[in-house]
Design a protein. Structure first.
Length: 277
């Protein structure tokens, strides 16, 4: 495109051709921007769908990450429009790169959280609702953002963990396998019938529909202490039922032991009072 000084020196007969070229460039710029907007929006939706399908995460993190794709397409469309009007895009690209580098250095910690969030989204070691232990902090994942992961601990405390901390920590996922093992131990007196006690455990555990059939529960004598024979019931259940199954079975076994005449020993301490002379 000619400059203002060049425009003043253009012969009048050349104006129609100049205006035609200008109109063509303006029309081409509009087409480029519209196509860029439509293509960017479509890619944004596709990227969001792919992220949700592959990671199982559907929070504010997903559309924010997908929106980056749209903005990248719009930036390319804008540079293409500038090129249609004769603007040297190489210098603009270099300026954008320098600005990006400066911003990256200034926001190094923040961008590391974003990068870690992208890696967590790609590998997805957990999803919303999973029970996890991250670097010694245990609870349920309730949200994933661009910068932080939100967790509610088992005692109801809300914890915000920077994504870079999550990425660099040991992650234990209690929900991903779909089942949890539960070991219940009970003590009986040496005088009690071990076989009968084990049969009571089988009947009580087997009557609870929340206990998984596969793997099958196992029952054994675990230990012989000074005061009791310790019996073990090892069973599996789904993560969401773990605590309620434990509470209910402990009570049910105690009640059955009582009704069957099986004794749960209690440690007793003998105190001797020595009077001085």
């Amino acid at each position: 495109m000619p400059t203002l000084n060049e425009l003043s020196s253009i012969d009048a007969s050349a104006w129609p051709d100049l205006l035609l070229r200008l109109a063509t460039n303006v029309l081409a710029a509009i087409v480029i921007l519209v196509v860029g907007w439509l293509l960017g929006s479509w890619l944004e939706r596709r990227a969001a769908a792919i992220i949700r399908r592959t990671s199982g995460v559907d929070t504010g993190f997903t559309p924010a990450l997908a929106r980056v794709v749209k903005y990248a397409v719009l930036a390319l469309a804008f540079i293409a429009v500038l090129g249609r009007f004769g603007v040297q895009t190489a210098s603009i690209t270099a300026l954008i790169g320098a600005a990006g580098l400066t911003i990256g250095l200034a926001l190094q910690g923040t961008l590391s959280n974003v990068a870690a969030g992208i890696m967590l989204l790609a590998i997805h070691p957990f999803k919303l609702g999973d029970g996890v232990d991250i670097g010694g902090t245990a609870g349920q994942i309730t949200d994933m953002g661009l910068f932080t992961t939100r967790m509610v601990t088992w005692d109801g405390v809300v914890v915000y963990l920077p994504n870079s901390t999550v990425w660099g920590s040991r992650i234990m996922n209690y929900s991903q396998a779909g089942r949890r093992r539960l070991d219940l131990t009970f003590g009986i007196a040496y005088e009690d019938d071990i076989g009968r006690a084990l049969q009571v455990l089988r009947e009580v555990v087997g009557s609870d529909t929340r206990v998984l059939v596969d793997p099958a529960p196992t029952y054994a004598v675990k230990n012989l202490s000074d005061t009791a024979v310790t019996l073990l019931a090892r069973l599996w259940t789904v993560p969401g039922d773990l605590q309620s199954v434990e509470f209910d079975l402990v009570r049910a076994v105690k009640e059955r032991f009582d009704s069957e005449g099986l004794t749960i020993p209690v440690k007793r301490f003998d105190l001797a009072v020595v009077q001085g002379a």
